[in-house]
Design a binder for this molecule. Structure first.
Ligand code: BJW
Length: 230
């Protein structure tokens, strides 16, 4: 069985990372356009760096740990006898920390920095600023940005995702509001024979495309559903 999983902010909510569009959403106090577009970064890099610095710091707080949903996916992947791809829209590293191997972070990774001139990628745990020097090219200063995908930018790994979706047997979407494309369009790109399952607290604009919609918390429903496949 070929399994494709798509996760969104809802899977990390119970680990203490606020969702984007929830009541306590990260965007509160920040308009999307002020922090999550290349134009915003060009206009006010200090504000955007501060926003991501705060999230990078929070992600490394000891209280933020993978929850039962992350762990269940990692364990399922280990015992699964078939192809498996976990596409996440999340920029946290909770799937990787839980032990998932085939993870494709389509909106980037908060614990990486990218040089806008050379494209070099660096593991990054501290703050970034307009004064940060490039680690290996000391003449370059202020060229690093968070390795994340902002609105209007091309998400990562789209060809691999499309190729996987077109002949997968099970598509599982967990904790995503299904309003941001192209992620929201993956369900429509799956093969007609594919079984599609959505796990979310609420209805989403894509819910009607799923064969089964499970309403509940990811930490409870993901382990339960994956066990039901055994
Ligand atoms: C739980 C739970 C629990 C809570 N258990 N469930 C019109 C039509 C189609 C597309 C467009 C359009 N206009 C513009 C576009 C394109 C745009 C887009 O989609 N805009 C829409 C808003 C309309 N998309 C883009 O720009 C993308 N790029 C692109 O299309 O490129 C094309 C291109 C072509 C040619 C040249 C260049 C480009 C890029 C999108 C990038 C998104 N970036 C962000 C920020 C990433 C960095 C960061 O984290 O700061 O990604 S925005 C933000 O939204 C983040 C998320 O990954 C993404 C999705 O959010 P997610 O994960 O779904 O979270 P929430 O909060 O929305 O939902 C949480 C859900 O969980 C809820 O449903 C809850 O119910 C549930 N839940 N607790 C279970 N315990």
């Amino acid at each position: 069985m070929k399994v494709l999983v798509l996760t969104g902010a809802g899977i990390s909510a119970e680990s203490g990372i606020p969702t984007f569009r929830g009541e306590d959403g990260l965007w509160e106090g920040h308009r999307f356009e002020d922090v999550a577009t290349p134009q915003a970064f060009a206009r006010n890099p200090d504000l955007v760096h501060q926003f991501y610095n705060a999230r990078r710091k929070a992600l490394q707080n000891e209280s933020v740990q993978p929850n039962a949903a992350h762990v269940a996916l990692a364990e399922f992947e280990k015992r699964h006898d078939g192809e498996f791809l976990l596409v996440t829209q999340n920029i946290d590293d909770l799937h990787q920390r839980a032990g998932s191997r085939n993870v494709l972070p389509m909106h980037g990774e908060l614990l990486k920095a990218r040089c806008m001139l050379t494209g070099d990628l660096f593991d990054w745990r501290g703050d970034l600023s307009v004064q940060t020097p490039h680690p290996t090219e000391p003449d370059l200063v202020g060229t690093l940005r968070p390795h994340v995908v902002w609105f209007g930018e091309m998400p990562l790994g789209l060809e691999r995702i499309a190729a996987f979706a077109e002949d997968c047997d099970l598509f599982l979407a967990i904790g995503t509001s299904a309003v941001v494309y192209p992620a929201a369009g993956i369900v429509a790109a799956t093969d007609p024979h594919c079984r599609r399952v959505e796990i979310n607290l609420d209805h989403t604009p894509q819910s009607d495309r799923f064969d089964l919609t499970i309403r509940g918390k990811a930490s409870i429903e993901v382990p339960k559903f994956l066990e039901s496949l055994e």
